[in-house]
Design a protein around this ligand. Structure first.
Ligand SMILES: Nc1ncnc2c1ncn2[C@@H]1O[C@H](COP(=O)(O)OP(=O)(O)OP(=O)(O)O)[C@@H](O)[C@H]1O
Ligand SMILES: [Mg+2]
Length: 153
């Protein structure tokens, strides 16, 4: 007979975390939400973006970079793990989609990037970060997406 084990909470969101959610109806709306948040970014801020392929993470980062004062062209960093967009606040854009090995994550130099500016990580739920604000993108069919912002993490 197996011994019952304590149920471990695997959620990345602490019980005390409050959630804010909104629905966007187009890529432009998601980008605009990113821009609003980008305007508030400070060095040391870490945003972790979660959600399936095509959910709108890169679209959000495009707005985020603009809000942070960059006019850089934002695309998924397919071959580069990190792209840096200089602006009012430097924004480092990381995409962990192809990263399978923990060592690669260590090589990221996340602490150094956070010293230089803000950091946004696509597939950020793969990152075992001690801090960071999780934003989840959920496709609702068609062009609708639910964005869930975890505050206070
Ligand atoms: N409400 C919406 N918000 C964001 N993108 C939308 C929305 N409606 C349609 N789209 C479209 O969905 C696609 C989202 O692509 P995007 O590259 O931003 O996703 P992603 O989450 O970064 O995907 P990946 O995991 O492949 O990196 C774009 O083609 C965009 O135009
Ligand atoms: Mg992407």
């Amino acid at each position: 007979m197996s011994t019952p084990t304590a149920r471990r909470c695997t959620s990345r969101i602490a019980a005390t975390t409050t959630l804010r959610e909104l629905i966007t109806n187009s890529a432009a709306e998601t980008e605009a939400e990113g821009e609003k948040l980008g305007a508030q970014l400070k060095p040391g801020d870490l945003l972790l973006l979660a959600g399936p392929l095509g959910a709108g993470k890169t679209t959000f980062v495009r707005g985020l970079a603009r809000g942070a004062g960059s006019d850089a062209l934002v695309a998924s960093p397919t071959f580069q793990l990190v792209r840096v967009y200089p602006g009012r606040v430097t924004l480092a854009h990381v995409d962990l989609y192809r990263v399978k090995v923990a060592a690669e994550l260590l090589d990221l130099g996340l602490d150094e990037l956070l010293d230089e500016g803000a950091v946004v990580v696509e597939w950020g739920d793969r990152l075992v970060a001690k801090h960071g604000r999780l934003i989840t993108f959920e496709p609702l069919g068609g062009d609708r997406r639910r964005l869930v912002f975890a505050d206070g993490s």
